[in-house]
Write a protein that binds this ligand. Structure first.
Ligand SMILES: Cc1cc2nc3c(=O)[nH]c(=O)nc-3n(C[C@H](O)[C@H](O)[C@H](O)COP(=O)(O)OP(=O)(O)OC[C@H]3O[C@@H](n4cnc5c(N)ncnc54)[C@H](O)[C@@H]3O)c2cc1C
Length: 387
């Protein structure tokens, strides 16, 4: 197996993965460099959906890729914890955003190769040879944007995984919505850990509805199917009608953990492959929108000042972001081990905060003083979990 004898295509950068992280990075980098992008599936399709803010979409002129713009996000549990946060939320039109980014890549001459997987990497003196199921690529940098199950990360043991967050559901059309708020998490059912129901309005009578569950081991998302059906039939937020239609399944497992500081020359991980997916609204899609400009500037600078493989320095994430990622990871670990009480205690703690801090906590945009204030609530969360 392999394509050792295949034609070797010279590029500056090979992007592996055509999700939002890969497409956005390829489009940005292609302004100054020769970029190729491969995806193991067809481009423009995803089994995920994305909630972000209008501000973040505007940074990349993607503000037209919105299905709905709820102004409130809520979460609650049957133990009484409840939080409501106002903000400029945006539910992304996933097909449209991928189409726009693919078109942007095409216009900037990115070589896009679908149904093509990475087979092997070989480090040579001044380039990396990437062997794929299509051609071989000779490049000076590889951007790993292949998501949480990145084969580069698993081969070189780059991820430290604490647990997973299995998600299962779909878009429901023609439902009777009782509110247009995003329901980030509603816990109505016992379980260890309990299933959490999420409702993301996509229009007046439609919403992405998923059940998710935090756990230490990887759960196949479709074991949540029965729980999903039950939550759809009985919940306080919408009712099914005789005309209700179910869309394509949105399912997957998001790994919770962090990326080891181990460096590989010429390899830069972005998006979920970089394990920048804290559990709340600061998940990888948001982080991609927040940091792609600076990551691309950094990589571009390295390519322009260096004639061989770029150095192993990671992306220049600010200290404040890294501190918040740690906090979010801490929260996620509590959720994995702490069952519904941990979720409830987190909501009660966040409910005590002013709206701006609560919003910035969800979206990973805290200032240092807000982060300090939130950290002071941690003992409260820990005590409740032990009670
Ligand atoms: C149901 C669901 C809902 C979610 N909701 C949100 C949300 O609301 N907000 C949010 O921020 N995040 C959300 N997430 C997390 C979401 O996964 C990430 O935020 C986002 O998709 C990460 O983008 P990415 O480009 O890094 O990875 P992905 O979107 O996973 O894209 C990776 C791409 O790489 C390709 N690929 C994989 N392996 C290879 C290979 N070996 N060779 C070539 N190509 C490869 C895949 O085909 C895919 O196209 C959700 C996830 C799920 C499952």
């Amino acid at each position: 197996m392999g394509r050792e004898g295949a034609f070797v295509r010279p590029f500056d950068i090979l992007v592996v993965g055509g999700g939002p992280a890969g497409l956005l990075t390829a489009a940005e980098l292609s302004e100054k460099h020769r970029v190729a992008l491969i995806d193991s599936k067809r481009l423009g399709q995803t089994s995920k959906f994305w909630v972000t803010t209008r501000r973040r979409l505007q940074k990349y002129e993607l503000q037209d890729c919105v299905l709905s713009a709820p102004s409130k996000m809520t979460a609650g549990t049957f133990l009484g914890g409840y939080v409501a946060v106002d903000g400029d939320f945006a539910v992304v039109n996933d097909r449209r955003i991928l189409e726009v980014l693919i078109e942007r890549c095409r216009q900037r001459s990115v070589r896009l190769v679908e149904n093509c997987s990475l087979i092997s990497l070989k480090w040579c003196s001044d380039h990396i040879q990437a062997c794929t199921t299509d051609d071989s690529f000779s490049v000076r940098a590889i951007v790993d944007a292949s998501g949480g199950s990145s084969s580069i990360a698993s081969t070189f043991r780059l991820h430290k995984i604490d647990g997973f967050y299995a998600v299962y559901g779909c878009e429901l059309k023609n439902i009777e919505m009782k509110s247009q708020d995003i329901v980030l998490g509603y816990v109505a059912q016992l379980g260890d850990p309990p299933p959490i129901f999420e409702i993301v309005p996509t229009g007046e009578n439609s919403a992405y509805c998923v059940v998710f569950i935090f756990s230490r081991s990887l759960l196949a998302p479709d074991i949540l199917a029965t729980s999903f059906e039950r939550h759809c039939r009985h919940n306080p937020f919408f009712s099914l009608t005789t005309n209700t239609e179910q869309g394509e399944r949105k399912a997957g497992a998001i790994a919770i953990g962090h990326r080891y500081r181990r460096k590989l020359p010429g390899i830069l991980s972005v998006g979920e492959a970089a394990m920048i997916q804290p559990p709340l609204m600061g998940t990888a899609f948001n982080e991609v929108l927040e940091h792609t400009h600076s990551i691309c500037r950094h990589l571009s600078q390295e390519l322009l000042t260096n004639s061989s493989i770029v150095g192993a320095a990671g992306p220049p994430y600010p200290l404040l972001k890294r501190a918040q990622d740690r906090l979010q990871l801490f929260m996620a670990r509590r959720l994995i081990t702490g069952n519904v009480e941990a979720f409830d205690a987190t909501l009660r703690a966040v409910a005590k905060l002013p709206n701006d801090i609560a919003f910035n906590f969800f979206s990973n945009e805290l200032s240092w003083s807000q982060l300090l204030r939130l950290s002071l609530l941690l003992p409260n969360i820990l005590t409740r979990n032990q009670a």
